[in-house]
Design a protein around this ligand. Structure first.
Ligand code: GLU
Length: 612
């Protein structure tokens, strides 16, 4: 996920691009860059200064020549470190083609191999750069810029919004998209493109949406759109009545709503390009070799907060698919309990930011005790990513709301991939079973979309329980970590008393707290302990608690047992948590809003916890 902006036909192009990038920074900020089209050449500036990248770029741009056409980019790295040489715009060999890209080119390694064999030199480690060289190849053959982009995209798999400029056609910008956003803007004598509305607010209100597999040619005062197959189309107009703050939230009232709705994309991106043509799983950023992973005899997972819940779920997946022993610890406890590790142990740290100090220190402790270390994180080149022997990235894009939503779902599927990879290496599951599970993983984004579309039903349940003060979240098997996550979300967002329990443990103490007025939220989707779980729910019901169940569509018995049901589609039981968590996020969100609270910035909490 990143921010793209482009303009042609405005003498103040550089300033306009910089302002646009400032407004797009919430989409990604590990580096930023811009390219301006000046007679006969392209002028480029790039900076990789983390959150201050756009500011650093502004300093460099003080040297910029006057230009009326250009592109800008603020990056959230997926392939290649957040360094200046990997910052966009990326050039071809001749420095006459500049490309900015949001998304992932899935078959970049293949294309790169061919390009390098035919004499091209790659200057970055990104997946994006191949696009510039593909366009260069076509233009060298005499094709115009727009046709070159169209033909080049015929070779590409994956997701992209791209914009391309060439010094050979200095006033033209060519843009195209598949699965990531891009909008177009038109004004007298100028034309614009951007990945999101905030970048263009105030420049024009004639905005259009570019659809998947369409290509746009922007010239001063005109835009022509066609399909990637070359058929002309009329892009639909976009009417926008948002101010800047609302636009940055995509029109949602808060970042949490936006990020909940971005979950299908976060999961799809995390799954992208992980499967080699021979069916083997490539955890491409994991520097540990297959041999290293095969020699592992025990996994120790450490994490905090929601990441700890992803870790608990990973244990079920690793034990079931890979038949490998896995322990899970809260990171801040692990390092002080004198854990026994050896070189055949793998310490796996899960942290959204890659900076959680407790997790970082736990991994250091594990390494000091002889284990190898693997990090699962959303931030390329974060401390955990740098220090670990290997790293597996989630690709959820920046998460701004303090409470984790899309990054958690991305962690769960990344850890599923790791578990399946281990199963492959250890031959504990047949290729057929692994491939069926991968297919099921790829069906999750559409199912998440379906669950999110039922937000109104969750709102109604939350409203009915608006006066409740005590919530008990129960689950068994993989439903147990889901229950913990549901309780955590409710606590952190609404400040209500919420506890998560393994349902079988209830009778050993907590059941004493149940009385009329208490709410029990049960994760009752199908898993191996489904029947036993129902008996646990019957026990709480007879103590007078109000029962809310997350249950699979069509489950009549759940409907009979519960006062309210949050319905989700059925999924393979180890994958079901990815769906079951979503209504609990929506439930916590709605209760917090009913209590008038700021969901994006709950009291006392920080997004990245860098203290012990
Ligand atoms: N995959 C590209 C990169 O890592 C683009 C990432 C983005 O969308 O910012 O450079």
């Amino acid at each position: 996920m990143c921010g793209i902006i482009g303009v042609t036909g405005r003498p103040d192009a550089a300033e306009l691009l910089l302002e646009g990038l400032e407004r797009l920074e919430y989409r990604g900020y590990d580096s930023a860059g811009l390219v301006l089209s000046v007679p006969g050449s392209l002028w480029r500036a790039r900076a990789a200064e983390g959150t201050t990248s756009v500011g650093a770029l502004r300093v460099l741009a003080a040297e910029a020549p006057g230009a009326s056409t250009g592109l800008g980019h603020t990056r959230w790295a997926t392939h290649g470190h957040p360094a200046v040489e990997n910052a966009h715009p990326l050039f071809d060999c001749t420095q006459r083609v500049g490309v900015v890209h949001n998304g992932i080119i899935e078959n970049h390694a293949e294309i790169q191999g061919r390009l390098v064999a035919s004499g091209h030199t790659m200057a970055s480690a990104t997946d994006t750069e191949v696009l510039a060289h593909l366009v260069e190849e076509r233009m060298a053959g005499g094709m115009g810029l727009a046709e070159s982009v169209r033909v080049a995209l015929g070779e590409v798999r994956g997701s992209f919004s791209i914009a391309v400029v060439s010094s050979d056609e200095p006033e033209l910008l060519v843009a195209a998209r598949r699965n990531t956003p891009l909008i177009l803007g038109l004004a007298d004598g100028a034309a614009f493109l951007a990945s999101d509305i905030p970048a263009l607010l105030g420049q024009t209100d004639r905005l259009f949406v570019l659809a998947d597999d369409q290509l746009a040619e922007l010239r001063p005062g005109s835009i022509a759109v066609s399909t990637l197959d070359g058929l002309p189309v009329e892009p639909p107009a976009l009417s926008v009545h948002w101010d800047l703050a609302a636009a940055q939230k995509g029109g949602y009232e808060d970042f949490m709503s936006k990020e909940i709705r971005e979950q299908p994309r976060a999961v799809a991106d995390t799954l992208l390009d992980r499967c080699r043509p021979d069916g083997s799983l490539a955890l491409d950023e994991a520097k540990l070799t297959d041999e290293d992973l095969r020699s592992i005899t025990r996994i120790h997972i450490v994490a905090c907060g929601s990441s700890y819940h992803a870790a608990l779920l990973a244990r079920y997946a690793i034990e079931h698919w890979a038949e490998l022993a896995a322990d899970v610890d809260v990171a801040s406890e692990f390092r002080y309990r004198e854990p026994v590790l050896d070189p055949k142990a793998l310490a796996l740290g899960v942290s959204q930011s890659g900076e959680s100090l407790d997790t970082l220190l736990a991994l250091r402790e594990a390494r000091a005790r002889g284990a190898r270390v693997l990090g699962v994180t959303n931030v390329v080149d974060s401390s955990i990513a740098r220090e670990a022997d290997g790293v597996l990235y989630t690709r959820a894009g920046p998460e701004i709301c303090v409470a984790a939503t899309k990054t958690l779902l991305a962690q769960i599927v990344a850890l599923d991939l790791l578990a399946l990879k281990l199963a492959q290496l250890r031959a504990t599951r047949s290729p057929r079973e692994i491939s069926a599970t991968l297919d099921a993983l790829h069906r999750l984004p559409a199912a998440i979309e379906e669950v999110v579309s039922r937000a109104k039903e969750v709102d109604d349940v939350a409203k009915a329980l608006g006066g409740a003060r005590d919530f008990f979240f129960l689950g068994r098997n993989v439903g147990y970590p889901v229950a913990l996550e549901g309780a955590l979300k409710l606590k952190e967002l609404s400040y209500l008393h919420a506890e998560g329990y393994p349902a079988g443990e209830l009778k050993h103490g907590p059941i004493a707290l149940l009385e009329p007025g208490a709410v029990v939220v049960g994760v009752a989707t199908r898993n191996p302990l489904w029947e036993k779980f129902r008996s646990n729910i019957a026990e709480v019901k007879s103590r007078g608690a109000t029962v809310v169940l997350v249950a699979n569509d069509g489950d009549e018995r759940a409907a009979q047992l519960a006062d309210h049901v949050l319905w989700v589609p059925e999924a393979e039981h180890l994958l079901s948590p990815v769906l079951d968590i979503v209504p609990l996020q929506l439930f916590a969100y709605r209760l917090a809003r009913l209590h008038g609270l700021d969901v994006d910035r709950p009291r006392n909490l920080a997004k990245t916890v860098t203290v012990e």
